[in-house]
Design a protein. Sequence first.
Length: 215
Amino acid sequence: MIDLLQKTVQSRCAVTERDVGGYAKIRKNGMTFRIHAYEAAGLGRFSSVSMTAMLGLMKMETVVFTPLTRKMPLLSFDRIKAMGNDTLLLELYDTGAGKPDLSALDDVKAAAGDLPDHDLGTHWYDPLKLSPSLAKRGKKCGEAYRDLCDRYFEAYFTALDGAESCTPEEARQGVAAYVDGLFANGGPSTDQFKKILGEAAARDLFDAYIFSDKE
């Protein structure tokens, strides 16, 4: 699914890969992570994380898009395949960046109502999730998930095109507060990287590349 977001962004602006240094490939505790970060000219930055574990029986893809020139929510995508289950998370986080029109994204979510929902439990960041956020889990959902992500990404960037302008400094304030919350209160990915890299290196990875909340 990472390629779908890249394709959608590249149809709107030039995309340049950023050097993530020693974070490009991380191996520990039977897990292999491959991390990439990109500059989307005039729009923002995004990152991708691919993980394999259990000799390939578990696979995960994560994408985070941080808008830096428009007042839009943070976009987070996760797909996890393990034990025959295929889980898809498409989430928008309110980072205090205005009130863009997200109705098209709500429509995409509604159209995916036939896909089984997945209960993620309760987390501290739930109040930050906006209405188009969704969580699905099923089996052999690849084609349906790909179609859903294609429509979701297109709707997100169409909304971004029409959103109110802002400076990168303004955009980063809310994103930095969210990352502060992840390290203070926890999150599945955050906790995992803290264990693997240590808190200081995990924070550097998140600030500089995953969320790009620091220049």
